[in-house]
Design a protein around this ligand. Structure first.
Ligand SMILES: [Cu+2]
Length: 316
Protein backbone atom coordinates (compact mmCIF):
# COMPACT_ATOMS: atom_id res chain seq x y z
CA UNK A 1 0.00 0.00 0.00
CA UNK A 2 2.91 2.33 0.72
CA UNK A 3 4.12 1.85 -2.86
CA UNK A 4 0.60 2.40 -4.14
CA UNK A 5 0.13 5.72 -2.33
CA UNK A 6 3.64 6.81 -3.32
CA UNK A 7 2.74 6.19 -6.96
CA UNK A 8 -0.09 8.72 -6.91
CA UNK A 9 2.04 11.90 -6.49
CA UNK A 10 4.46 10.48 -9.08
CA UNK A 11 1.65 9.93 -11.57
CA UNK A 12 0.03 13.30 -10.88
CA UNK A 13 3.42 15.03 -11.20
CA UNK A 14 4.33 13.33 -14.48
CA UNK A 15 0.94 13.63 -16.17
CA UNK A 16 0.53 17.17 -14.84
CA UNK A 17 3.87 18.23 -16.29
CA UNK A 18 2.99 16.65 -19.65
CA UNK A 19 -0.40 18.36 -19.84
CA UNK A 20 1.10 21.67 -18.75
CA UNK A 21 3.86 21.51 -21.37
CA UNK A 22 1.44 20.46 -24.14
CA UNK A 23 -0.68 23.54 -23.60
CA UNK A 24 1.91 26.05 -22.41
CA UNK A 25 4.46 25.37 -25.16
CA UNK A 26 2.29 24.32 -28.06
CA UNK A 27 3.05 25.68 -31.49
CA UNK A 28 1.08 28.85 -31.94
CA UNK A 29 2.28 30.32 -35.25
CA UNK A 30 3.94 28.69 -38.27
CA UNK A 31 6.83 31.13 -38.47
CA UNK A 32 7.59 31.07 -34.75
CA UNK A 33 10.79 29.36 -33.53
CA UNK A 34 11.05 28.70 -29.76
CA UNK A 35 14.09 29.92 -27.85
CA UNK A 36 16.86 27.37 -28.26
CA UNK A 37 18.77 26.28 -25.14
CA UNK A 38 21.02 23.39 -24.11
CA UNK A 39 21.58 21.91 -20.68
CA UNK A 40 20.22 23.01 -17.35
CA UNK A 41 22.25 21.70 -14.38
CA UNK A 42 19.58 22.59 -11.83
CA UNK A 43 16.85 20.63 -13.69
CA UNK A 44 19.14 17.66 -14.28
CA UNK A 45 20.17 17.42 -10.64
CA UNK A 46 16.56 17.65 -9.47
CA UNK A 47 15.42 15.00 -11.97
CA UNK A 48 18.16 12.68 -10.72
CA UNK A 49 17.58 13.20 -7.02
CA UNK A 50 13.79 12.74 -7.11
CA UNK A 51 13.89 9.20 -8.63
CA UNK A 52 16.68 8.20 -6.24
CA UNK A 53 14.53 9.27 -3.29
CA UNK A 54 11.55 7.35 -4.72
CA UNK A 55 13.62 4.19 -5.15
CA UNK A 56 14.90 4.45 -1.58
CA UNK A 57 11.39 5.02 -0.23
CA UNK A 58 10.17 1.85 -2.03
CA UNK A 59 13.25 -0.28 -1.37
CA UNK A 60 13.43 0.08 2.41
CA UNK A 61 9.97 -1.36 3.23
CA UNK A 62 10.36 -3.97 0.44
CA UNK A 63 13.61 -5.35 1.81
CA UNK A 64 12.22 -5.33 5.35
CA UNK A 65 9.13 -7.31 4.25
CA UNK A 66 11.27 -9.82 2.36
CA UNK A 67 13.35 -10.51 5.46
CA UNK A 68 10.24 -10.67 7.64
CA UNK A 69 8.45 -13.21 5.43
CA UNK A 70 11.40 -15.36 4.35
CA UNK A 71 12.65 -16.40 7.78
CA UNK A 72 13.45 -20.06 8.18
CA UNK A 73 11.53 -21.79 10.95
CA UNK A 74 13.07 -24.54 13.04
CA UNK A 75 10.62 -27.48 12.92
CA UNK A 76 9.49 -28.54 16.40
CA UNK A 77 7.93 -31.76 17.70
CA UNK A 78 4.48 -30.28 17.07
CA UNK A 79 5.21 -29.80 13.38
CA UNK A 80 5.32 -32.37 10.62
CA UNK A 81 8.69 -32.19 8.93
CA UNK A 82 9.04 -33.45 5.36
CA UNK A 83 12.11 -33.49 3.15
CA UNK A 84 11.06 -33.04 -0.46
CA UNK A 85 13.41 -33.94 -3.31
CA UNK A 86 12.59 -33.22 -6.94
CA UNK A 87 13.70 -35.71 -9.61
CA UNK A 88 13.06 -35.72 -13.33
CA UNK A 89 9.96 -36.27 -13.18
CA UNK A 90 8.69 -37.31 -9.79
CA UNK A 91 8.82 -36.32 -6.13
CA UNK A 92 10.39 -37.97 -3.11
CA UNK A 93 8.80 -37.30 0.29
CA UNK A 94 10.73 -38.30 3.41
CA UNK A 95 9.36 -37.98 6.94
CA UNK A 96 12.40 -38.02 9.28
CA UNK A 97 10.15 -38.02 12.38
CA UNK A 98 8.43 -41.26 11.30
CA UNK A 99 11.11 -43.01 9.26
CA UNK A 100 8.85 -42.99 6.18
CA UNK A 101 9.96 -42.57 2.57
CA UNK A 102 7.40 -42.40 -0.19
CA UNK A 103 6.84 -40.81 -3.61
CA UNK A 104 4.40 -38.47 -5.30
CA UNK A 105 1.84 -38.37 -2.49
CA UNK A 106 2.34 -36.03 0.43
CA UNK A 107 0.06 -37.10 3.26
CA UNK A 108 -0.26 -34.49 6.02
CA UNK A 109 -2.57 -33.79 8.96
CA UNK A 110 -5.11 -31.00 9.00
CA UNK A 111 -4.42 -28.03 11.27
CA UNK A 112 -0.75 -28.77 11.94
CA UNK A 113 2.18 -26.78 10.67
CA UNK A 114 3.96 -28.67 7.89
CA UNK A 115 7.58 -27.66 7.40
CA UNK A 116 9.09 -28.72 4.07
CA UNK A 117 12.78 -28.80 3.28
CA UNK A 118 13.06 -28.61 -0.49
CA UNK A 119 15.93 -29.82 -2.60
CA UNK A 120 16.59 -31.16 -6.10
CA UNK A 121 18.60 -34.14 -7.29
CA UNK A 122 19.10 -32.85 -10.82
CA UNK A 123 17.70 -29.68 -12.40
CA UNK A 124 15.63 -26.86 -10.90
CA UNK A 125 12.03 -27.84 -10.12
CA UNK A 126 9.33 -25.89 -8.32
CA UNK A 127 6.94 -27.17 -5.67
CA UNK A 128 3.49 -25.73 -6.28
CA UNK A 129 0.18 -26.61 -4.65
CA UNK A 130 -1.93 -23.61 -5.67
CA UNK A 131 -4.62 -24.11 -3.03
CA UNK A 132 -2.17 -24.43 -0.12
CA UNK A 133 0.88 -22.22 -0.64
CA UNK A 134 3.00 -20.25 -3.08
CA UNK A 135 5.64 -21.68 -5.40
CA UNK A 136 9.09 -22.50 -4.06
CA UNK A 137 11.99 -23.62 -6.24
CA UNK A 138 13.88 -26.85 -5.59
CA UNK A 139 17.53 -26.14 -6.36
CA UNK A 140 20.40 -28.66 -6.28
CA UNK A 141 22.69 -28.19 -3.26
CA UNK A 142 20.46 -25.60 -1.65
CA UNK A 143 17.95 -26.18 1.13
CA UNK A 144 14.86 -24.09 0.54
CA UNK A 145 12.00 -24.02 2.98
CA UNK A 146 8.24 -23.74 2.82
CA UNK A 147 5.76 -24.09 5.63
CA UNK A 148 1.99 -23.97 5.68
CA UNK A 149 -1.06 -25.19 7.57
CA UNK A 150 -3.88 -26.97 5.72
CA UNK A 151 -7.25 -26.14 7.30
CA UNK A 152 -9.53 -28.56 5.45
CA UNK A 153 -9.11 -32.29 4.76
CA UNK A 154 -9.08 -33.16 1.08
CA UNK A 155 -6.93 -33.87 -1.93
CA UNK A 156 -4.93 -30.92 -3.22
CA UNK A 157 -3.30 -31.34 -6.65
CA UNK A 158 0.25 -30.11 -7.10
CA UNK A 159 2.46 -29.60 -10.12
CA UNK A 160 6.11 -28.87 -10.84
CA UNK A 161 6.10 -25.21 -11.86
CA UNK A 162 9.59 -24.91 -13.36
CA UNK A 163 10.20 -26.21 -16.87
CA UNK A 164 12.44 -29.25 -16.21
CA UNK A 165 12.54 -30.81 -19.70
CA UNK A 166 11.02 -34.07 -20.96
CA UNK A 167 8.04 -35.10 -18.89
CA UNK A 168 7.85 -31.79 -16.97
CA UNK A 169 4.12 -31.42 -17.61
CA UNK A 170 3.56 -34.84 -16.04
CA UNK A 171 5.57 -34.06 -12.90
CA UNK A 172 2.54 -33.88 -10.71
CA UNK A 173 1.67 -34.96 -7.19
CA UNK A 174 -1.13 -34.87 -4.65
CA UNK A 175 -1.19 -33.44 -1.16
CA UNK A 176 -3.63 -35.54 0.85
CA UNK A 177 -4.80 -33.71 3.95
CA UNK A 178 -6.20 -36.10 6.57
CA UNK A 179 -7.86 -35.20 9.85
CA UNK A 180 -5.60 -35.82 12.86
CA UNK A 181 -6.80 -39.41 13.40
CA UNK A 182 -6.58 -40.27 9.69
CA UNK A 183 -2.98 -39.10 9.56
CA UNK A 184 -1.99 -41.20 12.55
CA UNK A 185 -3.67 -44.20 10.94
CA UNK A 186 -1.70 -43.64 7.76
CA UNK A 187 1.58 -43.39 9.68
CA UNK A 188 0.77 -46.56 11.62
CA UNK A 189 -0.21 -48.45 8.46
CA UNK A 190 2.97 -47.32 6.77
CA UNK A 191 5.25 -48.24 9.65
CA UNK A 192 3.74 -51.68 10.20
CA UNK A 193 6.12 -54.27 8.77
CA UNK A 194 3.94 -56.12 6.27
CA UNK A 195 6.00 -58.73 4.57
CA UNK A 196 3.60 -60.35 2.15
CA UNK A 197 5.64 -63.49 1.62
CA UNK A 198 3.20 -66.32 1.26
CA UNK A 199 0.09 -64.86 -0.28
CA UNK A 200 -2.78 -67.21 -0.90
CA UNK A 201 -3.66 -65.27 -4.03
CA UNK A 202 -1.92 -66.86 -7.01
CA UNK A 203 -1.65 -63.61 -8.97
CA UNK A 204 -0.13 -61.74 -6.01
CA UNK A 205 2.32 -64.58 -5.36
CA UNK A 206 3.35 -64.62 -9.03
CA UNK A 207 3.80 -60.83 -8.99
CA UNK A 208 5.95 -61.02 -5.90
CA UNK A 209 8.32 -63.42 -7.64
CA UNK A 210 8.41 -61.38 -10.86
CA UNK A 211 9.46 -58.28 -8.95
CA UNK A 212 12.84 -59.94 -8.46
CA UNK A 213 13.17 -61.84 -11.73
CA UNK A 214 12.21 -58.81 -13.84
CA UNK A 215 14.77 -56.67 -12.01
CA UNK A 216 12.39 -54.09 -10.56
CA UNK A 217 14.07 -54.25 -7.15
CA UNK A 218 17.37 -53.27 -8.77
CA UNK A 219 15.96 -49.75 -9.01
CA UNK A 220 13.02 -49.61 -6.60
CA UNK A 221 13.13 -50.02 -2.85
CA UNK A 222 10.26 -52.08 -1.46
CA UNK A 223 10.90 -52.23 2.28
CA UNK A 224 8.24 -54.83 2.94
CA UNK A 225 9.35 -57.07 0.07
CA UNK A 226 11.50 -59.55 1.99
CA UNK A 227 14.35 -59.51 4.48
CA UNK A 228 17.61 -58.61 2.81
CA UNK A 229 15.97 -58.28 -0.60
CA UNK A 230 15.86 -54.52 -0.89
CA UNK A 231 18.42 -53.48 -3.49
CA UNK A 232 16.65 -50.32 -4.57
CA UNK A 233 18.42 -47.02 -4.94
CA UNK A 234 17.28 -43.73 -3.44
CA UNK A 235 17.24 -42.10 -6.89
CA UNK A 236 14.13 -44.11 -7.89
CA UNK A 237 10.63 -43.91 -6.41
CA UNK A 238 10.30 -45.91 -3.19
CA UNK A 239 7.47 -48.41 -3.68
CA UNK A 240 7.16 -49.42 -0.02
CA UNK A 241 3.49 -49.82 0.89
CA UNK A 242 2.46 -48.94 -2.64
CA UNK A 243 -1.03 -50.22 -1.85
CA UNK A 244 -1.62 -47.09 0.26
CA UNK A 245 -1.21 -44.88 -2.82
CA UNK A 246 -4.02 -43.41 -4.84
CA UNK A 247 -2.06 -42.58 -7.98
CA UNK A 248 0.72 -43.92 -10.18
CA UNK A 249 3.48 -42.25 -12.21
CA UNK A 250 3.53 -38.91 -10.33
CA UNK A 251 -0.26 -38.61 -10.34
CA UNK A 252 -0.63 -39.30 -14.04
CA UNK A 253 -3.24 -42.03 -13.45
CA UNK A 254 -5.33 -43.27 -10.50
CA UNK A 255 -3.73 -46.38 -8.96
CA UNK A 256 -6.21 -49.01 -10.16
CA UNK A 257 -5.02 -52.50 -11.05
CA UNK A 258 -5.44 -51.78 -14.77
CA UNK A 259 -3.55 -48.48 -14.64
CA UNK A 260 -0.66 -49.77 -12.55
CA UNK A 261 -0.36 -52.78 -14.88
CA UNK A 262 -0.39 -50.46 -17.91
CA UNK A 263 2.38 -48.38 -16.32
CA UNK A 264 4.54 -51.41 -15.54
CA UNK A 265 4.04 -52.98 -18.99
CA UNK A 266 4.84 -49.81 -20.91
CA UNK A 267 5.74 -46.74 -18.84
CA UNK A 268 6.65 -44.73 -21.95
CA UNK A 269 3.15 -45.09 -23.35
CA UNK A 270 1.65 -43.72 -20.14
CA UNK A 271 4.18 -40.92 -19.53
CA UNK A 272 6.36 -40.23 -22.58
CA UNK A 273 10.01 -39.46 -21.85
CA UNK A 274 10.21 -40.71 -18.26
CA UNK A 275 13.25 -42.66 -17.06
CA UNK A 276 11.66 -46.04 -16.38
CA UNK A 277 12.46 -48.69 -19.02
CA UNK A 278 10.09 -51.35 -20.28
CA UNK A 279 11.26 -54.73 -19.04
CA UNK A 280 9.58 -56.84 -21.68
CA UNK A 281 10.18 -57.26 -25.39
CA UNK A 282 7.41 -55.56 -27.34
CA UNK A 283 6.17 -58.92 -28.67
CA UNK A 284 6.44 -60.84 -25.38
CA UNK A 285 3.08 -62.64 -25.13
CA UNK A 286 3.29 -62.71 -21.30
CA UNK A 287 3.87 -58.98 -20.95
CA UNK A 288 0.34 -57.97 -20.02
CA UNK A 289 -0.34 -60.90 -17.71
CA UNK A 290 2.99 -60.52 -15.86
CA UNK A 291 2.59 -56.77 -15.51
CA UNK A 292 -0.88 -57.34 -14.04
CA UNK A 293 0.55 -59.83 -11.54
CA UNK A 294 3.21 -57.35 -10.41
CA UNK A 295 0.61 -54.61 -10.15
CA UNK A 296 -1.56 -56.88 -7.99
CA UNK A 297 1.40 -57.57 -5.73
CA UNK A 298 2.40 -53.90 -5.40
CA UNK A 299 -1.19 -52.88 -4.65
CA UNK A 300 -1.36 -55.55 -1.96
CA UNK A 301 1.42 -53.82 0.01
CA UNK A 302 0.06 -51.67 2.79
CA UNK A 303 -3.25 -51.37 4.54
CA UNK A 304 -5.70 -54.26 4.85
CA UNK A 305 -2.98 -56.85 4.32
CA UNK A 306 -3.60 -56.81 0.60
CA UNK A 307 -7.37 -57.16 0.73
CA UNK A 308 -7.81 -54.45 -1.87
CA UNK A 309 -5.52 -55.98 -4.43
CA UNK A 310 -6.83 -59.47 -3.87
CA UNK A 311 -10.38 -58.30 -4.31
CA UNK A 312 -9.64 -56.57 -7.61
CA UNK A 313 -7.36 -59.37 -8.78
CA UNK A 314 -10.18 -61.83 -8.11
CA UNK A 315 -12.43 -60.07 -10.58
CA UNK A 316 -9.86 -60.22 -13.31
CU1 LIG B 1 10.15 -30.48 -12.39
Amino acid sequence: MWTYWLSWPVMIGVFGAIVYVIFRYRRRRDDEMPTQSHGNPAVEVILTIIPVLIVIAVAIPTVRSIFATQTYVEPTEDDVEVHVTGYQWWWKFEYPQYGITTANELVIPQGKRVVLKLNSADVVHAFWVPRLAGKVDLIPNQDNQLWFVADEPGVYPGQCAELCLGAHAYMRFNVIVEDEGGFEEWVAAFQEPQVVSASTDALVAQGRQLLATKGCIGCHTVDNYAEGMSFGQPIYPDLTNFGLRESVGANVLPATLENVAAWIADPQAVKPGNYMPTLWQADDPNREQEATAIAAYLLSLGADGGAVAQASAGGN
